[in-house]
Design a protein around this ligand. Sequence first.
Ligand code: BJW
Length: 247
Amino acid sequence: MFDIPRKLIHGIKNAAKITVLTGAGVSAESGIPTFRVAQTGLWAKYDPSDLATLEAFRRNPRLVWNWYEWRRGLVRESMPNPAHTAIVEFEKKVNIFTLITQNVDGLHAKAGSQNIIELHGNILRTKCSENSRIVSSWVDKEEEPPRCPNCGAYLRPDVVWFGEGLPHDALELAVEASQDSEIFFSVGTSSIVQPAASLAVQALQSGALVVEVNPDETPLTQYANYALTGLAGKILPELVQQVWKED
Ligand code: BJW
């Protein structure tokens, strides 16, 4: 049993507004590699940070498209894990609950979360690389990447690459929910990618209690009110159980 401080359990039980920010660590126990671990197989020699950019796509669209095709395959085969399920329970129990995710795998929705702010897009959606319109079908001519059926430009995943702006409305809602929360959870994220990483700081500055769940130390750890060290798939279900066991 994971030892969760009594004061935190009491705080969560009495909070009306909770915001949870998730990162790749939440999907790790579903078998999806986190962004900053070494890749495997064919992709082991590539650094993800060098592939997730517009420059990389312009330089070698086929390489980047195929990397995403490989990752889409992993995502399609994966299932939500106990961390995703615990977050669904949070949403049911807390009056005003906001889930902000940096993950592009759609596993929160697959688990049953309702109100999800996707900051970095969704890997299963495709858009035109010229005008960003979402495209749901195209003629497969064995060309990689395939072409936009409307304008002939390359198609690309609907995700946010380094150097690109985040979806405006999603970011605005995320900032509001973070600043307005009584308790802010930062779960399974390395807390280095901006502007998502600064949401915890904004929550802290607005008076929220900040709780980090991560097996490793991050730049946020020293500022968090509580740092729960361990796997999200173990700690979050335990937290739900201990907070709402009498309900
Ligand atoms: C577990 C676990 C378990 C493992 N349980 N935990 C200010 C300062 C410096 C730089 C910048 C700045 N502002 C902007 C920048 C540049 C850049 C940036 O932040 N760079 C940093 C690297 C320094 N930011 C951007 O470019 C952003 N754009 C931007 O700011 O634009 C400005 C602009 C404005 C107006 C016009 C134009 C531009 C965009 C960022 C987009 C990030 N995109 C990616 C790729 C998405 C698509 C894809 O997946 O391919 O998003 S990068 C990658 O990082 C991905 C992730 O969502 C994101 C965050 O990673 P995350 O989730 O934290 O994963 P990991 O792998 O880093 O960490 C996993 C954690 O889990 C670890 O801590 C483990 O310990 C833990 N863990 N198992 C719990 N079981």
